[in-house]
Ligand binder design. Structure first.
Ligand code: GLV
Ligand code: MN
Ligand code: MN
Length: 417
């Protein structure tokens, strides 16, 4: 007989297990980027857990790990449950993996009860939600949704390795990437459970929430070019230093986003001075911009205004600037009928049906191009995320797993009706 397990709590424990080397690239912190040895180690462990839960397991050409628990008929449509296995640099343990591990717990519970449904359940570990290795993100879910542009395979990491090269070395197949795409008729729906990554549920004393929509986002790279020079010999008034211009540009971004509406936020998360030395006036400064809002229109207006300011700041100082779009994701509403099923699942657990939008990006926003999507948010301590201090409780994880099982019951009833 299989050993008993605490549903949800075990999912959390598995995230903790994956929080250290060899599931992290770096000892003493969790950094698990796409197509690294740490990614491979995490997929190997997760694959074993999927098999134990009663699933058949495969990897597709884009390095997605997919466990399938067949329905009553072998070719039944699938409810896909999933999230991402990759992390940001020095990230938390639950952002992504928790949604995968909860999916595995839920399948194991169904399997132990000997339950087969009118639909299959597939649990997917996407590999590239964070975009922490290559400049764009979500290439794995895009491959499944059939929306991955072939040019995404040419993107290079900081060492000049392309996605195609890294994917091949990982055992994926960039030439057959199109084979990862699922047909809408194969997929019933997508469900992603994820920590909230914000403070709302905790502030209201709630364990779970139902996501209404995911914010629109754009990733851009800015390069401000000046003239490299000697830090000791070049008088201040004769410099073409892009550093202070970059500082002004970031302040402009902050001012514009602070004055914005519709959840407008802007972040400069990465910045490089080139060539990068104490005693060299930089020849160029490069920095990333991540701009998000509830609507693409608000986001785009801000991107235009910030871009115009950056060009004006550079021109004022006799410098040149380029702003390059790396990725655009439109706002993505969740499916109203699936939101209702999640509300009902929460009501069955005597939990209020709190609906809230997501400022964070998720694979669900890409999967929405393929099928109806639903997202369940789980309270996290202090709303802290993208930080090693990320924390959830076992009790909340258990409630999330129960809500997912109830959602599946309700979906089954709906499909049989
Ligand atoms: C992923 O966590 C994102 O929102 O960028
Ligand atoms: Mn994240
Ligand atoms: Mn995430």
């Amino acid at each position: 007989m299989a050993e008993a397990f605490d549903i949800g709590a075990r999912a959390k424990a598995r995230c903790d297990q994956l929080g250290v080397a060899p599931y992290s690239e770096v000892d003493g912190q969790l950094t698990r980027r796409f197509l690294t040895a740490a990614h491979e180690a995490a997929l190997t462990a997760t694959s074993g857990w999927m098999l134990e839960a009663g699933m058949s397991v495969r990897r597709d050409a884009a390095a997605n790990l997919i466990g399938r628990y067949d329905g009553q008929l072998p070719d039944a449509k699938a409810l896909i449950i999933g999230s991402h296995i990759d992390s940001v640099r020095n990230g938390g343990r639950y952002d992504g993996p928790l949604g995968i591990m909860l999916g595995i717990d839920v399948v194991e519970a169904l399997n132990r009860a000997g339950r087969r449904l009118p639909f299959a359940i597939e649990v997917v570990a996407f590999g590239d939600e964070e975009g922490s290795r290559f400049p764009a993100s979500m290439s794995c879910s895009r491959a499944i949704a059939g929306t991955l542009d072939a040019s995404a395979l040419d993107m290079k990491d900081a060492d000049g390795v392309s996605v195609a090269q890294a994917l091949k070395a990982f055992g994926g197949d960039p030439d057959a990437i199109a084979s990862a795409a699922r047909k809408p008729e194969q997929v019933l729906a997508f469900l992603e459970a994820h920590i909230e990554q914000g403070p709302v549920l905790e502030a209201e004393g709630l364990a779970l929430g139902v996501v209404t929509a995911i914010a629109a986002q754009k990733r851009l790279m800015v390069r401000i070019e000046g003239t490299a020079g000697h830090a000791g010999t070049t008088p201040m008034n004769l410099r073409k230093d892009p550093g202070p211009a970059a500082a002004e540009a970031i302040l402009a971004l902050e001012r514009i986003c602070r004055a914005g509406t519709d959840g407008l936020v802007g972040t400069v998360g990465r910045m490089t001075a080139l060539p990068g030395a104490f005693n060299v006036i930089p020849g160029a400064i490069e920095f990333s911009m991540d701009i998000r809002a509830e609507t693409s229109a608000t986001r785009d207006e801000a991107v235009m205004t910030i871009g115009a300011e950056i060009h004006a700041i550079a021109a004022e100082r006799g410098l040149s600037a380029t702003v390059t779009l790396m990725q655009a994701l439109a706002e993505s509403p969740c499916d109203p009928s699936l939101m209702n099923l999640l509300d009902e699942a929460l009501a069955d657990l005597s939990l209020p049906a709190r609906r809230l939008p997501s400022g964070a990006g998720h694979d669900a926003m890409v999967m929405a191009d393929l099928c109806p999507v639903a997202m369940l948010f789980i309270r996290c301590e202090g709303g802290v995320s993208h930080n090693p201090a990320e924390a959830v409780t076992e009790a909340d994880c258990a409630l999330a797993a129960q809500a997912m099982l109830l959602f599946i019951d309700k979906l089954e009833r709906r499909e049989r009706a």
